[in-house]
Design a binder for this molecule. Structure first.
Ligand code: FE2
Length: 289
């Protein structure tokens, strides 16, 4: 089985069958959603942000005896910030970066769509709004954004999960919009999905507890990984997927980068629990388009 894919019209129109395909499989791919020039601009901006990030100072903070607490706080505050998270394999045994700084970052998040002018403009473009409406959003709010670097050689594996585990609303309304900034292939760790499994249960819930976080098991139903379908993507393709759609990606052991930009939206009318991990600081409410 291949995943449903659609061409994105110059007038921001989609085939009427897109919505039905999304509801049926939980995933649609919009081919040529962004131009190569737009992707190049996003990539350059991500590199500029990394260039301005003091990796040594960051590491010093996290290498004290309160490491776990400092890391927790940095993560928990990132819902209203532009924060940098390193690859697990960034440092060699000699304590030095294995790769250049630009290739040592796992991701940047989680409020690029509000705090960075380049990512904000792309995230709030008319065509992104058209994509949101095409999959059924009525009053979308832009909740979370990430640049996923998946750098050559050390880009880490992401095991099978559902994004509603991390971005939960009642009722569940989370949808992910994943843009290929680099071509994503079987060799450099493209995404893979289990089509139709968004109709299965939400397995886990990740939430704040006692100043830290906890993972709550909701269902022990295994992911039917034998039905997994790879989702290779060309530069500019946008993969839209339900917050319930299980997905994963392998490590990038190739010499090619696999940068992506992800944006998650929720419906404004849904309840957003105050123990969700991602909380926005006072004075920085979620906004739509
Ligand atoms: Fe995910």
């Amino acid at each position: 089985m291949s995943l449903p894919s659609f061409l994105f019209g110059a007038d921001h129109s989609f085939a009427p069958s897109l919505r039905a395909a999304f509801d049926e499989t939980g995933i649609v791919i919009l081919r040529n959603f962004a131009t190569p020039e737009e992707c190049a601009a996003l990539k350059q901006r991500a590199f500029d942000l990394i260039d301005g990030f003091d990796i040594d100072a960051h590491r010093t903070v996290f290498s004290t005896t309160t490491q776990a607490h400092a890391e927790d706080a940095y993560f928990l505050n990132s819902g209203g910030a532009i924060s940098f998270f390193l690859e697990e394999e960034a440092y060699g045994a000699d304590g030095r970066l294995k790769r250049p700084k630009r290739e040592s970052i796992n991701k940047i998040g989680h409020a690029l769509h509000d705090l960075d002018p380049v990512f904000s403009a792309f995230s709030r473009s008319r065509k992104m709004e058209a994509a949101a409406r095409a999959v059924g959003f009525d009053d979308p709010l832009l909740l979370q954004s990430m640049v996923i670097m998946k750098p050559p050689s050390i880009g880490g594996e992401v095991t099978c999960h559902q994004d509603s585990t991390f971005l939960y609303t009642e009722p569940e309304t989370c949808v992910g919009f994943w843009l290929a900034i680099d071509a994503a292939t079987l060799q450099n760790g493209c995404m893979a999905f289990i089509p139709g499994e968004h109709k299965g249960p939400l397995r886990r819930l990740f939430r704040r507890k006692n100043g830290g976080t906890e993972m709550v098991e909701l269902s022990d139903a295994p992911y039917p990984e034998d039905r997994r379908v790879a989702a290779p993507a060309a530069i500019g393709d946008l993969v839209i997927f339900s917050g319930r759609a299980p997905h994963m990606s392998r490590a990038n052991r190739s010499q090619n980068p696999r940068m992506a930009y992800t944006l998650h939206m929720i419906e404004a009318g849904a309840h957003y629990p105050n123990d969700n991990w991602l909380q926005r600081p006072a004075g920085m409410p979620l906004r739509g388009f």
